[in-house]
Design a protein around this ligand. Structure first.
Ligand SMILES: [Zn+2]
Ligand SMILES: [Zn+2]
Length: 371
C-alpha cells in the first residue's frame, strides 16, 4: 500500500489551534483523509452539537476497518478530502442535544457504524443501513471516529449503552464486524444446525462470521484463505477444516469432501476469485451469502446455477442484531476480544494503518486505537 505520511500539512497544527481558539472553538486530533493514498493525523476543530438529536462522544477506543483501507486506496470516491475517517468505536457521552432522551453525559456507549433516525420507512423495516437520514455516514459522508471526539447524529438510535463492568475493548467489535459477519453472512446464509458451511476469507469479517455461525451449531466449518497464520487462528476460533487456496484447489477439495458441496458458502473478501469459489461449492438448495465489498463485476455462472435452487444474498449491515450480540458478549458466550491482535495510541495511528495495511506480514486481525 502506498500511504503518504504527511509531515507538513499546508496549515500547521499550531495555526489550526490558534485560528480555532480565536473563533472560540476547541481543537482535537483526528485522522484526516486528503485524497487517495493520503491520510494524516492533524489538529482539527472539535465537533459541536449541531442538531438537537446529536450527541458528542469522547472516543475511548476505535479501530481501522478494511473499508478504511478501501477509502485510502481511492475505492470510495464519495469520501471527500478533509473527512475524518472511522466508523467504529466505544466512548463516553460528553454532551447531548435537547432531543436525546436515551443517553446522558457520562454514559459509556458503543458507536454503531450505521446511523439511523428510527422513524423513516426503511428504519421501520429495520433496514437501518438505508435510513433516509443516516445509513453508513460516519467516516464516509461526515467526520468519523478516528479522533478524540465524534458527533453522532440521531444518537437515540445510533448508540448502544454499555452495561457496567463490560470489557469495552471487546465491544468495539460490535460497531461493525460482528453484526456484519452475523447479519450478512450467517443470517442471510440461513446457517442451520448440522450444516456444512464454508467461509472464504479469514479476515476480521470472515472470523466474525465464523464466531457467530456457531450460534447455530453447524456440523462442519471450512475456512478458506491464502494465509496459513489466519487459517491457524480460524482453527482456534472453531473452524473444523481449513484450506489454503494458494496451495491447493479449494473447489476440488471441498467438492470431494462434501460430495455435492456446502449448504452455505460465505464470501468475505470482495473479489471475483473468491465469489467464484463460492458459486462453485454451494450445493443444490444452498445459500451463497456475499459479505465482501466488491469494486468490480463478478462472473456469475447463472447457466449452471439457475437449476440448482440456490439463493444469493448481499447487502450492507443493518445493525439490528447489535442488542442481541451485546447480550452474548456480556455473558461471555461470544468472545470477540480474540480478534484483537494489536494496540496503538491515537498519536501512533499512522503506524496502526501501516500494520493493518500489511495484515498478512504483521499477523494482524483487528487493531485497537486508544485515545
Ligand atoms: Zn467497517
Ligand atoms: Zn431512518
Amino acid at each position: 500500500m502506498t500511504t503518504t505520511i504527511e509531515k507538513k500539512p499546508e496549515v500547521s497544527n499550531k495555526q489550526v489551534q490558534t485560528k480555532a481558539a480565536a473563533n472560540g472553538h476547541a481543537t482535537m486530533k483526528g485522522l484526516v483523509y486528503n485524497g487517495p493514498g493520503r491520510i494524516a493525523l492533524k489538529q482539527i476543530p472539535k465537533p459541536v452539537i449541531e442538531k438537537s438529536t446529536d450527541a458528542l462522544v469522547k472516543v475511548i477506543k476505535t479501530t481501522i476497518c478494511g473499508t478504511d483501507l478501501g477509502i485510502l486506496h481511492g475505492k470510495t470516491p464519495s469520501v471527500k478530502p478533509g473527512t475524518t475517517l472511522g466508523h467504529e468505536g466505544v466512548g463516553v457521552i460528553e454532551e447531548v442535544g435537547t432531543s436525546v432522551t436515551n443517553f446522558k453525559k457520562g454514559d459509556h456507549v458503543i458507536i454503531s457504524c450505521i446511523t439511523s433516525d428510527g422513524s423513516c420507512e426503511y428504519c421501520k423495516k429495520q433496514l437501518y443501513s438505508h435510513c433516509e437520514d443516516g445509513g453508513w455516514i460516519l467516516g464516509h459522508l461526515i467526520n468519523g471516529t478516528q479522533a478524540e471526539y465524534v458527533r453522532i447524529p440521531h444518537a437515540n438510535n445510533s448508540l448502544y449503552l454499555i452495561p457496567p463492568n463490560s470489557d469495552e475493548e471487546a465491544l468495539v467489535m460490535l460497531s461493525d464486524i460482528l453484526p456484519t459477519g452475523f447479519e450478512i453472512g450467517v443470517i442471510a446464509g440461513q446457517v442451520q444446525p448440522g450444516d456444512t458451511i464454508a467461509i472464504v476469507g479469514a479476515g476480521p469479517i470472515g472470523m466474525a462470521a465464523l464466531l457467530t455461525a456457531q450460534f447455530y451449531s453447524p456440523a462442519k466449518v471450512y475456512m478458506i484463505d491464502l494465509d496459513d497464520n489466519r487459517l491457524e487462528m480460524a482453527k482456534k476460533f472453531g473452524a473444523t477444516h481449513t484450506i489454503n487456496s494458494g496451495n491447493e484447489d479449494a473447489v476440488k477439495r471441498t467438492l470431494a469432501e462434501t460430495k455435492d458441496g456446502v449448504d452455505v458458502a460465505i464470501e468475505a473478501v470482495g473479489i471475483p476469485a473468491t465469489f467464484d469459489i463460492c458459486q462453485k461449492i454451494v450445493r443444490p438448495g444452498g445459500h451463497l451469502a456475499n459479505i465482501g465489498v466488491h469494486g468490480k463485476p463478478v462472473d456469475l455462472q447463472i447457466q449452471n446455477l439457475w437449476i440448482q435452487n440456490i439463493t444469493i444474498t448481499m447487502g450492507l449491515v443493518n445493525t439490528n442484531t447489535t442488542p442481541m450480540l451485546l447480550k452474548t458478549v456480556s455473558s461471555g458466550k461470544l468472545q470477540p476480544d480474540k480478534l484483537i491482535t494489536h494496540h496503538f495510541k491515537l498519536d501512533d495511528i499512522m503506524k496502526a494503518y501501516e500494520v493493518f495495511g500489511n495484515a498478512g506480514k504483521e499477523k494482524a486481525l483487528k487493531v485497537i486505537i486508544e485515545s
